[in-house]
Design a binder for this molecule. Structure first.
Ligand code: C5P
Length: 220
């Protein structure tokens, strides 16, 4: 059966990663979480004390990074598994900061295109349908209200035993939404040919089914 690529975009905490994992599993595809790549860059810049707006030094730093995006979703930087460390609020906002830099985007986009060249990938991010995989056979734009996204993230944190404050999560989501949709380079926006799914009142299974229906239509 032919292997296509799926572009999966949308704002923070809309559930893209969870849905993409499940869709990838059903199809035997690989999920590439491109946000985790921006997070890894932000993490390394903070570790090295490089300012998040210092474009030249952040790009130079990326050239020296040994970043492995494993098929099981783990993120390994210079042989260290940083998958958990990059999930903090501090790194979320820092990732949004470094993602404004044009040359940082160019470096990561090139990596993402190389990884997914052969098809059989679902990439989740902000610019997949508009930049990274302009020719993706299936493009989805997943949205949800700020309230439902904040509440979901809050519950997730509590389940994981992470201290959580709903109001500050909500503020962070709004801040990232603003930054991601207003930045100069590749701002978050729905590709013209993407199908929009609003997950505010849908269960995870319902969203997965909706995505699978679009994929199956393309494959048949
Ligand atoms: O998806 P996630 O929340 O992990 O992404 C972290 C940040 O990385 C986002 O807020 C966004 O600023 C940036 N990002 C991006 N382009 C992508 C993926 C993520 O600019 N393709």
């Amino acid at each position: 059966m032919k292997k296509i690529n799926i572009a999966f975009d949308g704002p923070s905490a809309a559930g893209k990663s969870t849905i993409a994992d499940l869709v990838a599993e059903k199809l035997g595809y690989t999920h590439l979480d491109t946000g985790a790549m921006y997070r890894a860059v932000a993490y390394e810049a903070l570790q090295k004390g490089i300012a998040l707006d210092d474009e030249e030094n952040v790009v130079r730093m990326i050239e020296g990074m040994d970043l492995e995006m494993k098929a099981d979703g783990s993120v390994v930087l210079n042989k260290e598994d940083i998958s958990e460390k990059i999930r903090t609020n501090e790194i979320s906002l820092a990732a949004s900061d470094v993602s404004k830099l044009e040359k940082v985007r160019a470096a990561l986009v090139a990596m993402q295109q190389k990884i997914s060249r052969g098809g059989g990938y679902i990439l989740d991010g902000r610019d997949i349908g508009t930049v990274v995989l302009k020719d993706a056979e299936v493009k989805i734009y997943l949205t949800a209200s700020v309230e439902s996204r904040a509440l979901r993230r809050h519950k997730q944190n509590l389940e994981k035993g992470i201290e959580s404050d709903l109001e500050s999560i909500r503020r962070d989501i709004e801040k990232r939404d603003y930054q991601d949709t207003h930045r100069e380079h590749s701002p978050l926006k729905k590709a013209e040919d993407a199908v929009e799914i609003d997950s505010s009142d849908l269960s995870i299974e319902e969203v997965v089914d909706a995505v699978m229906a679009l994929v199956e239509k393309e494959l048949n």
